[in-house]
Design a protein around this ligand. Structure first.
Ligand SMILES: NC(=O)c1ccc[n+]([C@@H]2O[C@H](COP(=O)([O-])OP(=O)(O)OC[C@H]3O[C@@H](n4cnc5c(N)ncnc54)[C@H](O)[C@@H]3O)[C@@H](O)[C@H]2O)c1
Ligand SMILES: *[C@@H]1O[C@H](CO)[C@@H](O)[C@H](O)[C@H]1NC(C)=O
Ligand SMILES: *[C@@H]1O[C@H](CO)[C@@H](O)[C@H](O)[C@H]1NC(C)=O
Ligand SMILES: *[C@@H]1O[C@H](CO)[C@@H](O)[C@H](O)[C@H]1NC(C)=O
Length: 408
């Protein structure tokens, strides 16, 4: 597949070579001045020394060269007509960074906007410097003026400890931030996809939840900043659609897991994996009979992209309807990790929903989408990531999860 070497990179490389050549000459000059003064040396020894010196310099040049030229995964080439300019807010986060990988591999121009509240630069670091990629440190609570064709609006803290840390900021991000992104979409006539959440259903009285269900949310509870923030973000999308003809897509995302998910945000999968990897007891709240369903992140990314490119504008659930009890998850994870963690029960948590399961009929019907990755495959990949994360943090190295090129 054709891949253009960025001009900038060539320039940088040739500059570096010039620099190295000059260095060699200077070294050579200094060397000569000193060695000619040294009359005890024989010409032969002089030649050997010089050769060694040159070899050492050559190997330094090689090291410098390796540092300077960064290798990117090979991306597809799209012509001007097919290539889109795509903005991903929250693109340095868990889900966003996987979306970045996929869109980059497809050959699009991707701009990530993130304030690094929960996102990390290293989630997208493997693209920095690529001609199709741009990373902007920007808080979406402030307006943004750029030219794009599509906006994946993912910026928002996503797990309870993160969104409860600063509820006002969570509200501002979901309200002002969403208004800003819809304003941008309106100005540049871009299509916007909102990453909404199953939390809009609150503590549901209907199982499984379909998109017609209006939800059961406490407007003044501790989760309200997030739940109500996302609910009003959906409202805003449809107001902009109706009043300003902005094209909107709304994905109601259910629990998702995979590499680059946060280690310490108290979610079931990450908790269990970390406990098992560290030989600590795996803690299950209550009897462990409550069920959960988790989708693997690559399935979610597939769903987000097909929703964005579909003509379906009502909310769509994206999740994996396969239910497992919490106790099953604990056993599965322990058996894969090995080690000798015990599974212990603690008193049930308050407001812990007994069941959470998406009805994905709509996604299947309008997008032809359903989750593909078997639970075990996803769990294995996530365990591998966490293992690296723990091992490297002990050696203060950094853990990169590179895009899975074979999958794309
Ligand atoms: N992961 C899940 O299980 C799940 C479930 C439902 C919904 N979602 C939604 O998907 C989206 C992504 O979630 P995630 O799991 O990747 O979370 P994440 O925390 O990893 O990613 C969110 C990103 O948004 C950025 N951000 C937050 N506030 C911002 C602001 N004001 N300006 C700019 N950037 C900001 C963060 O730094 C982070 O990079 C969120 O909108 C979340 O509500 C996720
Ligand atoms: C956990 O226990 C297993 C075997 O019992 C051992 O191989 C592993 O090193 C232990 N890990 C830690 C982090 O202690
Ligand atoms: C949406 O697209 C499908 C096929 O891609 C088509 O059958 C359907 O009529 C379209 N619906 C609308 C509302 O445009
Ligand atoms: C997951 O990992 C375990 C242990 O390494 C292995 O036995 C199993 O076959 C793997 N399963 C899948 C589906 O990859």
């Amino acid at each position: 597949m054709p891949y253009r070497i960025p001009i900038r990179m060539i320039q940088r490389k040739s500059k570096m070579l010039c620099f190295c050549a000059v260095t060699v000459l200077i070294f050579f000059g200094i060397y000569q001045t000193f060695t000619f003064a040294d009359s005890t040396r024989t010409p032969r020894a002089f030649g050997d020394d010089l050769e060694n010196e040159i070899k050492a310099i050559e190997s330094k040049i090689r090291i410098l060269e390796q540092k300077g030229s960064k290798k990117f995964p090979e991306v597809k080439f799209l012509t001007y007509k097919d290539r889109k300019r795509i903005l991903i807010t929250g693109g340095a986060g868990f889900v966003g960074s996987h979306l970045v990988d996929r869109l980059m591999m497809q050959g699009h121009e991707v701009t990530v906007v993130d304030n690094f509240f929960t996102g990390r630069k290293r989630n997208v670091e493997h693209w920095i410097g690529h001609e199709n990629f741009e990373l902007l440190h920007h808080d979406i609570v402030n307006p943004l003026y750029i030219e794009v064709d599509q906006i994946y609006h993912l910026a928002s803290p996503a797990s309870p400890p993160n969104y409860m840390y600063n509820p006002i900021k969570t509200l501002k991000t979901n309200t002002l931030g969403t208004i800003n992104m819809l304003g941008l979409a309106k100005r540049v006539r871009a299509r916007l996809l909102l990453a909404s959440t199953s939390e809009v259903y609150g503590d549901p009285e209907l199982h499984p939840q379909n998109e017609e269900y209006w939800g059961h949310v406490n407007p003044i509870g501790p989760r309200a900043c997030y739940d109500e923030g996302k609910r009003v973000a959906e409202t805003m999308c449809y107001a902009y659609e109706k009043q300003e003809n902005v094209e909107v897509r709304v994905a109601r995302i259910f629990n998702t897991f995979g590499p680059r998910m946060h280690m310490n945000d108290g979610r079931v999968v990450s908790n269990f994996i970390l406990q098992a990897l560290q030989n600590e007891s795996i803690t299950v709240y209550g009897e462990g009979e409550q069920t959960r369903s988790f989708q693997y992140v690559s399935d979610l990314v597939d769903g987000l992209m097909s929703l964005m490119n579909s003509n379906y504008s009502l909310p769509v659930n994206l999740g994996n309807p396969e239910e497992h009890t919490i106790m099953e998850f604990a056993r599965i994870i322990r058996s894969i990790v090995g080690g000798d963690s015990k599974i212990i029960k603690k008193t049930a948590m308050e407001d812990d929903p007994q069941r959470r399961k998406p009805d994905i009929t709509r996604a299947m019907k309008y997008l032809g989408w359903s989750p593909k990755v078997p639970l075990m495959v996803g769990i294995n990949k996530t365990i591998e990531y966490f293992q690296n994360e723990l091992r490297r943090s002990r050696h203060s190295e950094r853990n990169f999860h590179m895009p899975d090129t074979l999958q794309i």
